[in-house]
Each structure stands twice: as structure tokens, then as C-alpha cells.
Design a binder for this molecule. Structure first.
Ligand code: KG4
Ligand code: ZN
Length: 337
């Protein structure tokens, strides 16, 4: 069966066509550059941009897959969590597709989508696995017992990891999203030049906190008399990146050890970070764990993982109808489209 997956939860308009829950026939992602100057996503601008992009993005996904509307067997759409005005664009469009083609619609949890990058990367992987989901809005350690059965082992108490990258970027005058920019500027920097705090590292604590490291960077910038340049900026960013990566890696490996889980994986935009991948691979190997790294294009927001969750839900008999609504949180009040 071909499933059209749609994600408009934040600032990417994404659509993909997935065949039989495994083969990504196409995946189109239109990133909104309108937010770059604001240091973060402006929700109203984002939902307007989704409205402009949704039709061409879905059309392109069908074209690249070499299929027509009539070939689609179902439509899966992110309906939680995210910016409600943004989610509603995708949900409304998916409903129109479902109604006009007479095919099932299923609403998908965005975080589960990030976890499913693991399934697309390694369809035959034996579970359980511990998956670190680190994005702009979420940082969670998820125990994947089986597909569809999850336990949240820990989560951030304040900022998400990606949010820390974006806020530090804003502080330094870098464009949004700052994660990839910081990674590039940090390359060649000395990660031990500055010592930034690693929060909540006491043994057995699975939760995260990234607001302290952001504040520590701000204090360091003040102490340096302003935003550093050149080598010193590279050192500052490498040291900041190291502090965030250190916490993410250690907590992921410890969680797998504590729950006697043999496999670790990562998903979400921050999982595109090469330092994080290298460090997690090293620490996992040291602990005798297998580490699975989905391709970066499946880690950042995309429609393929949403289609994969949708395919799995439909396979288990779960489906929605045209009353499907959107919700800013995972289980909070929803808004009808
Ligand atoms: O999963 P995602 O595409 O969207 C959300 O669900 O939030 O994640 C976007 C986040 C942003 O905060 C961005 O700065 C961060 O992921 N990010 C990175 C990298 N690429 C994206 N952070 C660190 N290093 C990267 N290479
Ligand atoms: Zn995401």
C-alpha cells in the first residue's frame, strides 16, 4: 500500500510517499527561511507559509514517486504536538485528500514519527531499543518496547536540546535554525577551551535540563566583552556543543544499560549533528551496545517517518475520520480544523 505522509508541525512543509511501510519512494521538505532573522519560528508566518507550500510540496512528492493521486491507499498526517495553526494546515489538507479519494486518514504523533526513523533505517531490528529524540521542541529518552508501545524514560525539564542550540545562536547573532550553523562554526574549535555545565548528571537521573548551559554561554559572552570572533568563537561553540552532546550521549547510554536494552538510536533534528553521532557511536561501543543512526534526512522533520507511523497504525486497525483535530501538546485539548 502507498501512504502519503504529511508534516506541517513547525517550520517545514513535508510530504512523502511510502510503499509497504518500508520503501521511501519520495520525500520532499520545504524549509521556511522567513524565520532566520527572528531567531526562532514566528507561528503566524509559519502557518501562512504552509498554506502556500502544501499543494506544490505534495504534488512534487507524488511526481518524484512516479505515482498519481489514485494510487494512494491512505494518508497519514501529524496532528500533535506542534504549532496548532501549522498543524491545522496539514490536517485540513489531509482530510481533503481522504474525502476526495475515499481513502483512510490517520493522525500521527510527531514524536513517534521521530522514533520511527529507526524503523525506516533498520526495518528488521530486534526490539527493545532506547531512542533519544532530540529536536527543537522536544528532548526525550524513549524505550521502544515494540512498535506502538513506548515508555518515556526521561525528558527535558526546560529547554529542548535543539532549542538550546537555537537560543545560543540567537544570542550570538546567528540565523535560525542555529544547530547546523553552530556545528559548522564549531568545527576546528577547541571543545575544552571553556567548561560549560552538564546539568542533572547525578546517577539514575534520566531527565535533562539545558537552560543552564545557555545562561552559562551568555555569562561567558558578557565576560569576554561581547560576541567573540574567529578562533575564539569556534572554541566557544565547540565547548557549548560538547556540553550538550556529553549529556545526551551519557544519558542515552546509561538508560540503555539501566534497562538492559542492547540497542540505542537517535531521532529529531539534533540527531543530524555529526559530533553527537560520533560520540554516541564511541560510547555505545564502549558499553557493548549497538548504535543505529538513521540517515540525517530522516532525523530532521520529514513526511516519510509520518507515513511509516501511519502505515503501522493502519496495520493495527487504527484510523481516524474527518473529525480529526490538531493539538499543541501530545495529550492536551485539541482544535478542530
Ligand atoms: O526535528 P526538527 O527538524 O524539528 C522539530 O521537531 O523541532 O529539529 C529542528 C531542531 C532545531 O532546533 C535545529 O537547530 C536542530 O534541530 N538541528 C541541529 C542540527 N540540525 C538541526 N542541532 C545541532 N546540530 C545539527 N546539525
Ligand atoms: Zn521534529
Amino acid at each position: 500500500m502507498l501512504v502519503l505522509g504529511i508534516d506541517t508541525s513547525c517550520d517545514e512543509t513535508a510530504a512523502a510517499v511510502l510503499s509497504d511501510g518500508r520503501s521511501v519512494l519520495s520525500s520532499v521538505v520545504a524549509s521556511q527561511d522567513i524565520h532566520a532573522a527572528y531567531g526562532g519560528v514566528v507561528p503566524e508566518y509559519a502557518s501562512r507559509a504552509h498554506m502556500t507550500a502544501i499543494v506544490p510540496v505534495v504534488r512534487q512528492a507524488l511526481e518524484r514517486a512516479g505515482v498519481g493521486w489514485q494510487d494512494l491507499g491512505a494518508v497519514a498526517v501529524t496532528n500533535r504536538p506542534g504549532l496548532v495553526g501549522c498543524l491545522l494546515v496539514g490536517v485540513s489538507f489531509a482530510k481533503a485528500v481522504s474525502f476526495s479519494l475515499g481513502i483512510p486518514i490517520v493522525g500521527v504523533d510527531h514524536i513517534e514519527g521521530h522514533v520511527f526513523s529507526l524503523r525506516l533505517a533498520s526495518p528488521d531490528l530486534a526490539l527493545p531499543a532506547v531512542c533519544l529524540v532530540a529536536s527543537g521542541g522536544h528532548t526525550e529518552l524513549v524505550l521502544v518496547e515494540k512498535w506502538g508501545a513506548y515508555r518515556t524514560l526521561g525528558r527535558t525539564r526546560d529547554d529542548a536540546a535543539g532549542e538550546a542550540f537555537d537560543k545560543v545562536g540567537k544570542l550570538l547573532g546567528l540565523p535560525y535554525p542555529a544547530g547546523p550553523v553552530i556545528e559548522r562554526l564549531a568545527a576546528g574549535g577547541d571543545a575544552s577551551a571553556f567548561r560549560f555545565p552538564r546539568a542533572m548528571m547525578e546517577h539514575g537521573n534520566p531527565d535533562f535540563s539545558f537552560s543552564g548551559v545557555k545562561t552559562a554561554v551568555r555569562l561567558k559572552v558578557n565576560e569576554l566583552g561581547g560576541v567573540p570572533q574567529g578562533e575564539q568563537l569556534a572554541d566557544l561553540l565547540a565547548s557549548f556543543q560538547e556540553a550538550v552532546v556529553d549529556v545526551l550521549v551519557q544519558k542515552t547510554v546509561r538508560a540503555a544499560e539501566r534497562h538492559s536494552v542492547p540497542t540505542v538510536s537517535i531521532g529529531g533534528g539534533v540527531a543530524a549533528n555529526e559530533t553527537l553521532r560520533v560520540r554516541l557511536a564511541e560510547e555505545a561501543a564502549r558499553a557493548g551496545l549497538e548504535a543505529v543512526f538513521p540517515p540525517k534526512a530522516l532525523c530532521t522533520d520529514n513526511g516519510a517517518v509520518i507515513a511509516a507511523v501511519g502505515d503501522s497504525l493502519l496495520g493495527r486497525g487504527v484510523r481516524d475520520d474527518l473529525s480529526l483535530s490538531a493539538s499543541a501538546s501530545r495529550s492536551g485539548p485539541s482544535v478542530a480544523s
